[in-house]
Ligand binder design. Structure first.
Ligand code: ACO
Length: 400
């Protein structure tokens, strides 16, 4: 029998809610999410509207400042970002110290953390908050593409600031010194949708991490770096890389989706989960997955790509949706299930998938950090239920 007195500490009763499944950590006016109805809205605007009508930087502005920008505000904001895309050359020395095989997510987290060293006004009294916001939005794509180029052994590309945000990212990723790189508008548009879909998702693991770290009044760069590390885990943003690797494994194994469904049904003994299935909050469908599934079909058709992995993904989804194990547990495809297929079609390598997620989620992290500071929230400090030994007598080393 559970002893309720274990929940009592000196100051009253403590709620035990492992994984914070039912604990609200804050009040927030940024993102509305209804997991039963599959509704997602940023600042009151539906995700469907934003994904089909807005640009990523408009959405970034909306999340961070609360309103869609006017034309003037948009110009000031996007021009500010354009002017800050270059990264201090001294950061290259840090970057050069990483092994070529380093995963881009750890390179990104480290370099973002290092940014506070280059901008000490970020921790000396949190001066110029808007400038740090612009710097982060501007430099994250530059840093992300560095890590990709390094893994290839290619020279890095400097930003081309006459280009817009997404074309500039694609230029830094894919342009080679020996040929003229032209951004494909289909690719840029698909990326715009993907980044918008990832831009915020209220108090998820990485966002809660950003808020928790920031609640100690740690600076913006350190807080965002912590968020990047949280995102990397395979149960969170890292799932998008795991999904495509799983789909490739199924293909290499003869394409028998039933075998993998059976393994996942025995997750407790096999330890195997279907990556890209299930969500802490969505228990009906993930509205982002719906948009992404359609986008995957469109992008592959427009680019003329015939990816057998897409067929495996569809087969897996259909089998899971008709299987009582998945139905009873309300396990549906999440945002990560189809995103990897689009990234692949766009030419983005597998180990960059979670980096793409980070670029998309950055405005949400910033908005949540800013809100947390403006609301003057107290330092985050959960309690615990102690289950260790009661007082013990110390035994000197020679007597043990
Ligand atoms: N495959 C097989 N079984 C699963 C899966 C899965 N993908 N997800 C959950 N289950 C089962 C669990 O074993 C558990 O079964 P039980 O009732 O018999 O004990 C039940 O469903 C509930 O699962 P929990 O882990 O308690 O659910 P929780 O809300 O804690 O976890 C999570 C949510 C982490 C997303 C989980 O569904 C998962 O691990 N999915 C795979 C990883 C993934 O795709 N992550 C990306 C999430 S979206 C994002 O971060 C952007």
């Amino acid at each position: 029998a559970f002893d309720i007195s274990a929940l009592r500490d000196q100051t009253g009763y403590v709620t035990l809610d492992r994984g914070y499944k039912n604990t609200g950590a804050t009040q927030s006016a940024i993102t509305f999410l209804d997991g039963e109805e599959g509704i997602l809205r940023y600042r009151g605007y539906s995700i469907e509207d934003l994904a089909s009508k807005a640009s990523f930087l408009e959405v970034a502005y909306l999340l961070i400042y609360g309103e869609l920008p006017t034309a003037n505000q948009y110009e000031t904001f996007s021009n500010g970002i354009r002017r800050h895309t270059l990264v201090n050359e001294d950061m290259r020395k840090i970057f050069d110290g990483f092994p070529v095989s380093a995963h881009p997510m750890c390179v990104l987290a480290s370099l973002v953390s290092a940014m506070s060293a280059f901008y000490p006004d970020s921790y000396e009294g949190n001066k110029n908050p808007d400038l740090h916001i612009v710097r982060l939005l501007a430099k994250l794509p530059t840093l992300a593409t560095w890590s990709y180029k390094r893994a290839l052994g290619h020279p890095i590309n400097y930003p081309k600031n006459q280009l817009d945000y997404i074309p500039n990212f694609l230029h830094m990723m894919f342009a080679l010194p020996v040929e003229d790189y032209k951004v494909d508008p289909v690719v840029a548009e698909a990326l715009n949708v993907l980044l918008i879909l990832h831009a915020d998702h209220e108090q998820n693991c990485s966002t809660s991490t950003v808020r928790l770290v920031g609640s100690s009044q740690a600076n913006l760069y350190s807080s965002i770096s912590a968020g990047i590390s949280a995102l990397w885990g395979p149960l969170h943003g890292g799932a998008n890389q795991e999904v495509i690797e799983m789909l490739e494994d199924i293909k290499a194994d003869g394409g028998d989706v039933g075998k993998y469904i059976d393994m996942a049904k025995n997750a407790k003994t096999t330890g195997f989960r279907l990556f890209g299935f299930g969500h802490r909050v969505y228990k009906n469908f993930d509205p982002r997955a719906k948009i992404i599934k359609k986008a995957a079909d469109d992008v592959l058709a427009k680019l003329g790509v015939n990816d057998p992995v897409l067929e495996i993904a569809k087969g897996l989804e259909e089998a899971a949706l008709n299987d009582p194990y998945f139905v009873q547990r309300k396990l549906y495809p999440n945002v990560d299930f189809y995103s990897g297929i689009i990234y692949r079609a766009l030419g983005i390598p597998t180990n960059m998938f979670t980096v793409m997620f980070a670029i998309g989620r950055l405005p949400g992290w910033i908005a949540q950090w800013k809100e947390m500071r403006e609301q003057k929230e107290p330092i985050g400090r959960p309690r615990q239920i102690y289950t260790g030994a009661t007082l013990r007598e110390f035994v000197p080393l020679e007597q043990r």
